[in-house]
Design a protein around this ligand. Structure first.
Ligand code: DGT
Ligand code: CA
Ligand code: CA
Ligand code: ZN
Length: 582
């Protein structure tokens, strides 16, 4: 039972309790714990087996701790099973719809007996929902739209971080195989694409022989997380993990490892361009190497490393994130070198974080200490403003109280510094969800459009523009509001808003939270061409989310951003000066 599965169980309990009308704190305890567990850096099951007890996890109480132990030791949770059994199958899937939460599910089920998406769609299409309490023709057509949107989402593709987490675990397992000398993941995962179809892993034995390959494949087949071996060939095995994710393992000779890695990293479009270029040079490129072709004769000229492959066709090394045939080959040929894009270690701050003061699960002090310990020199604490009442947003008074606490912690942790910020909601009319008095005093205002996703495009654009040009906003947070596989981006005139951001020195956020990854790589490229600057933020709700930054960095690299494009690479001093703060 890994953390992901424990988190899923808790998330489902939270939803089911909510539908049952359980009290807010109980529901929230499960939801919050699910978030925390999902992103713990280590495996609870492993550490429980090792130490015989469950370590203290911040924000998780006695009742839930018992359930975690039950899940680990028995592989199931009786309470969860009882709840599931008490609901019709399909009921919970309705929760995935935009604009449908537990309250609506309860309403539809309780009044019309609607227990799955199909029934909901029929009811909406035949006008049965509009007369229910708090519904109307408009909300009914919203639901119909949400269902259509949901049906179009590519449910087969997994979030990048799911693939990355699984791939790291498999790599660690395979490193325990004594025959293997080289191992690396390839494919869309290595390119940092926001969703992945499957995981591709390549490895090479110390010494190639049929016996060595056989042993590696046997070792792989014994991996605990496999639910089914789909096919096992001589040098390739495809398996399905218990999470439903497909993983392909290929075994090849180390002298052509670079060629295979290049080929299977893709993208296909990039590979085709490389192959065409090679052809013109009298070369042949495949997963087996680069060959010089002379009549019938083919001689291997490159294969061991990716550098060799690129050099053999007259190109500098191109990082995986750029291999999309979006100009990288032309650039390499013209300049003989590639732009040096941002790296994770360039980041000195995280400028979007939450504490227990709103919907985070850690005290400010613990969060700040974790960032300091990880080597960051500053951070912005940006708890929600009051509109997000459900997640306990801050009022003017509580914001002022929070600053006193921050001042104390800053004294203790200096020279590390917490900047006093807030993730302020953009209200329907484009104004910001705090009084002028507070806005003036906040050091970092991140403006977010959390609500009103359904507004018409011109109204949405006006609303965003008015926030961006208010003079208070430093960062436009998760600008499109999308949730991958769940919610479409909001419709607004991107170019106009990005231009306004550039003009008013508002940085655009690259939100690194795995299900947001908002902006995506294409948006970022567009914004960069319009002169924008960026902030790569984790949107952490506790310190274990800090590692999300990795995903934002991948997006930035896919968009060719350099250190200079990103405000969190500035030192504290530089940033204070840039923002005219003391
Ligand atoms: P995915 O799995 O859908 O997220 O995307 P990829 O890019 O990982 O694609 P996948 O797993 O089908 O194949 C891995 C790589 O292998 C792909 O990026 C490029 C290479 N590849 C696969 N099929 C072809 C092909 O027909 N021609 C060329 N040139 N390369 C291919
Ligand atoms: Ca793949
Ligand atoms: Ca594949
Ligand atoms: Zn946030």
């Amino acid at each position: 039972m890994d953390n992901q599965k424990i988190a899923t169980v808790f998330g489902e309990i939270g939803d089911m309790l909510d539908i049952q009308g359980a009290d807010f704190f109980r529901v929230n305890a499960y939801r919050r714990s699910a978030q925390v567990i999902e992103h713990l850096p280590h495996d609870l099951h492993d550490s429980y087996l090792r130490t015989g007890e469950l370590e203290k996890i911040p924000g998780i109480g006695v009742e839930l701790t018992k359930k975690i132990i039950e899940l680990i030791t028995r592989g199931r949770c009786e309470f969860h099973e009882e709840l599931v059994a008490s609901f019709p199958k399909g009921l919970l899937e309705m929760l995935h719809l935009r604009s449908v939460g537990p309250k609506k599910v309860k309403l539809f089920f309780g009044t019309l007996g609607i227990s799955n998406l199909d029934q909901l769609k029929k009811a909406a299409a035949t006008g049965q929902l509009r007369d229910l309490p708090k519904m109307g023709e408009k909300s009914e057509s919203e639901i119909l739209k949400a269902i259509e949107e949901y049906e179009q989402m590519p449910h087969g593709r997994r979030l990048l971080h799911v693939g990355m987490t699984e791939a790291q675990k498999i790599l660690e397992y395979l490193r325990g195989c004594p025959e293997i000398s080289l191992i690396q993941y390839a494919g869309s995962l290595r390119r940092g694409v926001e969703t992945i179809g499957d995981v591709d892993i390549l490895c090479a034995p110390k010494k190639m022989s049929d016996a060595a390959v056989g042993n590696i494949m046997d070792f792989y087949a014994k991996y605990d997380e496999i639910s089914m071996i789909m096919n096992r060939g001589e040098t390739k095995s495809s398996v399905l993990l218990k999470t439903g994710l497909q993983v392909d393992l290929r075994v090849l000779e180390s002298k052509i490892f670079g060629a295979a890695l290049h080929y299977f990293t893709g993208s296909k479009a990039h590979n085709i361009r490389i192959r065409d270029r090679a052809k013109h040079m009298g070369l042949k490129v495949s997963e087996y190497g680069v060959f010089k072709v002379a009549g019938e004769e083919e001689t291997l000229v490159a294969g061991a490393t990716e550098e060799e492959i690129f050099h053999s066709v007259g190109l500098p090394y191109i990082i995986p994130e750029m291999r999309e045939d979006r100009g990288e080959i032309e650039y390499g040929l013209q300049f003989g070198t590639m732009p040096s894009v941002v790296e994770h270690d360039d980041l000195r701050a995280d400028l979007h974080t939450h504490s227990r003061w709103s919907d985070g699960s850690e005290e400010i002090e613990d969060l700040a200490k974790a960032y300091k310990k990880a080597g960051f020199s500053h951070m912005a604490l940006t708890d929600h403003s009051k509109l997000m009442g459900v997640t306990a947003g801050l009022t003017d008074e509580r914001a002022t109280e929070q600053w006193e606490e921050i001042d104390e912690i800053n004294k203790e942790l200096a020279p590390f510094r917490i900047l006093k910020g807030s993730e302020v909601d953009i209200l329907k009319d484009g104004s910001l969800d705090f009084s002028e008095k507070i806005l003036k005093k906040l050091e970092v205002v991140n403006a977010s459009a959390h609500l009103y996703h359904g507004l018409p495009e011109d109204e949405q654009t006006r609303r965003m523009l008015s926030a961006v040009t208010s003079g208070y906003v430093k960062i436009l947070s998760h600008p499109t509001g999308r949730l991958i596989n769940e919610r479409k981006p909001i419709a607004f005139d991107m170019e106009a808003v990005f231009k306004a951001c550039a003009d008013h020195h508002v940085a655009l956020e690259i939100n690194s939270s795995p299900d947001r990854m908002d902006l995506n790589d294409t948006h970022v490229r567009l914004a960069k061409s319009l002169g924008c600057t960026f902030a790569i933020n984790s949107d952490a709700h506790n310190s274990s989310h800090m590692h999300y930054l990795t995903y934002g960095v991948l997006t930035a690299r896919r968009a060719w951003l350099t250190k200079e494009d990103i405000i969190n690479t500035m030192s504290l001093k530089e940033l204070l000066k840039y923002w005219k703060l003391k």
